[in-house]
Structures are given as C-alpha cells and as structure tokens.
Design a protein around this ligand. Structure first.
Ligand code: MLZ
Length: 272
C-alpha cells in the first residue's frame, strides 16, 4: 500500500520521483554548535530577540522564539502582531539567518525598533524582560559575522522589491550596520524600505537588469506619486492578509543562500 506523504516523511523514506535528501544543501551549522564554538547553549522556546518582519521588511521588531525545530529552524513570532494563539502568524527563520538580532541590536545601531503590541512609552528591553519574566537570547547565538561588507550609504544599486519580487527597482543604500543594509527604493516612501543582508541574492549592481535583459523599475516620479496615493493606503504595505487561505512555508534566497524559511502568508497581497 502506498504511504501517505506524512507517513513517508516520518519514515524518512523517499519514493522514485522524490529528489533524494543528499541533493539538498544542508542548513549551516550555527557557529555556537561548532566543535570549538565554546558554548553548548542553543535557542530555547520563549527567548526574546529582534527580527526583521518578513511581511514588512522596513521594520525590525521585538520577537519571540516560539519553537526550536530540528536542524535549528526557529519558529518566531513578532510580538507586535495581534495574536490569535494558533501559531498562524509564526514564521520560520534558521538560527543562522542574518534577519534575526540579539536584544539591543537596534538600540546600539540607532535603529527604530518596533515594540510589542500595546507597549506604551519608549521601549526598554530591561523593563520588558522584567515584566514578561522573559529571557533575551544570548548575543553569542547570532550569526553576525561580517565578511567585509563594503557597501556604504548613498551607493546606488538594483534591488528586488521582496513584497512584489518580480519588480527589480532602482534603489539606494540608506544605511549599513555591519552586514545589514537598509535599502531605499528611489522615489518611494520610507515604508517601502527593506532591511536586507549584504550577501542577499536579491540585490544587484547597477546595470544588472540591462545585462540580463530584465525590466528595471526606474525611480518613481512625482506624477506617479499622486496616482499611487489613490491606489492604496500606505499602512497596507506588507499587510498580513492571507493569500488563498494557505499558510505556505517557502524557502527564500532573500536574506542568504540557504538559511531563511518564511511562512509567507500573503506577503504583498494587500498592495496590488
Ligand atoms: N503595486 C505596488 C507597486 C509598488 C512597487 C514599489 N516598489 C518599490 C503598490 O502600489 O503597492
């Protein structure tokens, strides 16, 4: 009798048409688990951190590790989301993802951190952890090595608008924090900005579109600005309305080559 997909996954076997596991790149081993990597601690459920919101890439938010899965995949929840406690708003980042940061990263880098839902006043990690009796994930767990990131703010580039990824747009590096870039789309409001890793495969040098014969979205010009403002309310940017009802988990090369999985429940849906 043929096995159900679920049974097959559990038994670890694969059928004739399945791509065998060894063909896939294994997720990287976090440095904290490498033999000489000193510490044996890992992410633990409940630990707090800062994370790029995958459904609104212009924001870095207070977040919580909801689950640690095999091979160091983490289910993360953004604390500013309205939770329905079903896990439908969790998303998955690998422990080595460059899109997660230790508590305090934004403050050190002078980045506006999106506080948890309902948080009043200026956000303080110290007070938040005290009132929630929470623990911050130790900074040593994060993969923040910088392989000589030589981007500088003001540099022009071409970048995919990851909320509508068919669009590769004229953009400018607005800020650089270690290996993390803040990319601004020329002519568009700041809410379209994207936090993106400098080693992402979604950013390209000037001239890339021309080289590969792909349409480059030029800077938005003033006349489009007024037309666009009729199209949609800016706050819908990155709206979390689900597309087609699915809570699909997708693998994306958006932040590095191998390590980010996101539950893309309709990223960008609200903005067409
Ligand atoms: N349909 C989209 C286009 C925005 C593209 C922005 N790219 C930087 C909208 O109007 O929301």
């Amino acid at each position: 009798a043929s096995q159900s997909y679920h049974e097959k996954c559990i038994s670890g076997g694969y059928g004739d048409n399945d791509a065998p596991t060894p063909l896939f790149v294994q997720p990287p081993t976090p440095s904290f688990l490498r033999p000489n990597g000193a510490t044996a601690i890992n992410f633990i459920e409940g630990m707090k951190l800062e994370a790029i919101d995958p459904l609104n890439l212009s924001t870095i938010c207070v977040a919580t590790v909801m689950k640690v899965m095999r091979q160091n995949y983490l289910m993360i929840r953004i604390d500013s989301y309205e939770s329905d406690n079903t896990g439908s708003d969790w998303f998955c980042y690998h422990a080595t993802s460059p899109s997660i940061f230790p508590a305090g990263f934004c403050q050190i880098n002078n980045i506006q951190l999106t506080p948890p839902k309902g948080y009043e006043g200026e956000f303080s990690w110290y007070n938040y952890l005290k009132t929630t009796k929470g623990t911050a994930a130790p900074p040593t767990l994060f993969h923040r090595e910088v392989n000589s990131c030589q981007f500088e703010s003001g540099m022009s580039l071409e970048a995919a608008d990851l909320m509508d990824p068919r669009l590769v747009c004229v953009a400018t590096v607005k800020a650089v924090h270690g290996r993390l870039l803040q990319v601004h789309f020329d002519g568009w409001e700041d809410e379209f900005d994207q936090w993106i890793d400098s080693q992402s495969s979604d950013i390209y040098p000037v001239g890339w579109c021309q080289m590969v014969s792909y349409k480059l979205e030029g800077p938005r010009v003033a006349t489009e600005v007024s037309a666009a403002s009729h199209r949609r309310k800016p706050k819908l940017r990155g709206g979390r309305k689900k597309r087609g009802g699915g809570c699909g988990t997708f693998l994306t090369a958006s932040t590095d080559n191998s390590s980010t999985v996101g539950a893309a429940t309709g990223a960008g849906t609200a903005r067409r």
